[in-house]
Design a protein around this ligand. Structure first.
Ligand code: ADE
Ligand code: ZN
Length: 345
């Protein structure tokens, strides 16, 4: 069995994927036409050629501009359903999706259109493909905490259908402490909380996400490697990192996947997971990210299986679902071993 075949059949959860970052060029152009939205690009090739970024802000400028093609509930449904179909093909059993409603409501899109479109597609994926999913709403960190609190309030009709809240967008200059009250309120309401930290920002942003925001997971977290005492604490407390190697490569956080801290952190005992972040922009879905790590970092099958186990350990799912997924990983590992009797049946 090749590494490609092994990764393809490995049951996994994806925990760091922005719905708005999964619009494939063909859907993007179809939505632009459907909604009469003028865009700078005429063909899929032109769009793909535009996907070269110097840093996170350079990417975010294009990403927020691209969101203009999402107007109606059906648009949010289509992009979410397409991603979940693609995830199912990658043997993703469970996905936790990021959504940034502020990028839509500030353009005049009704919150109800956003939420009904996304939640409807998640229900369809569960019914049609048995892919389970949860929704994590992100506050944009370049905006104020008051705006984040207003969003939390406006989402009240959907609170029962949300998994949690998080923080995304321009990291440097917008430290975690800016959102301390927002996170306190989210936790008090019983939500899971996560934050992007240590992608471009320093290790101190990862530490403050843990100490001040009391997050259940860190999104990215690369910079923690600069602070050995923080690495030890993340390992001891098993606070998961949702890492995104191809994203880091495309946004020039790392010069090459071989320089990614993922394996060093895995070896240090952290609950590291592999994810795609914004797959249509960064040249790969979750399996592409597993394979890029396998090749550049020399990961063994046991490493890959551990990353998949970690994804279910870190997922916000019931114990029974976790146990079932872990058993399926063990089964896949056993079946993929060379000379396993089943190969000769
Ligand atoms: N929003 C979408 N992708 C992001 C990333 N990589 N970092 C921060 N915010 C984001
Ligand atoms: Zn992200």
């Amino acid at each position: 069995m090749t590494p490609e075949q092994f990764v393809a059949g490995l049951p996994k959860a994806e925990l760091h994927m922005h719905i708005e970052g999964s619009i494939e060029p063909d859907l993007f152009l179809r939505l632009a036409r459907r909604n009469g939205v003028a865009v700078r690009w005429q063909t899929e090739d032109e769009l793909r050629a535009a996907y070269r970024f110097t840093d996170l802000q350079d990417f975010l400028d294009l990403y927020y501009d691209g969101c203009r093609v999402l107007v109606k509930a059906q648009d949010f449904h289509d992009v979410t359903r397409d991603y979940l179909r693609r995830a199912h093909a990658d043997h993703v059993l469970h996905a936790e999706l990021f959504l940034g409603p502020q990028g839509h409501t500030t353009r005049g899109v009704p919150l109800a259109a956003v939420m009904e479109g996304v939640l409807g597609a998640m229900a369809d994926a569960r019914a049609e493909d048995a892919v389970t999913s949860g929704l994590i709403v992100l506050a944009q960190r370049h905006r104020t905490e008051e705006e984040a609190l207003a969003m939390l309030d406006a989402l009240r009709p959907w609170h029962g259908q949300l998994l949690g809240f998080g923080l995304g967008g321009a990291e440097v200059g917008n430290p975690p402490a800016k959102f301390a009250e927002f996170f306190r309120r989210c936790r008090a309401l019983g939500f899971k909380v996560v934050a992007h930290a240590g992608e471009e920002g320093p290790a101190a942003y990862v530490r403050d996400s843990v100490d001040v925001l009391e997050v259940h997971r860190i999104d990215h977290g690369n910079a923690c490697i600069d602070d050995p005492s923080l690495v030890a604490e993340l390992a001891k407390r098993r606070i998961p990192l949702t890492m995104c190697p191809l994203s880091n490569l495309k946004l020039q956080v790392i010069p090459a996947v071989a320089a990614h801290p993922l394996k060093r952190l895995l070896d240090a005992g952290l609950c590291v997971t592999v994810n795609s972040d914004d797959p249509s922009f960064f040249g790969g879905y979750v399996n592409d990210n597993y394979l890029a790590c396998q090749q550049a970092l020399g990961l063994s099958r046991e490493h890959l299986a551990q990353l998949a186990r970690n994804s279910f350990e870190a997922a916000f799912i019931p114990e029974a679902q976790r146990d079932d997924a872990l058993a399926r990983i063990d089964d896949w590992l056993a079946r993929s071993r060379p000379h396993h009797p089943k190969e000769h049946e």
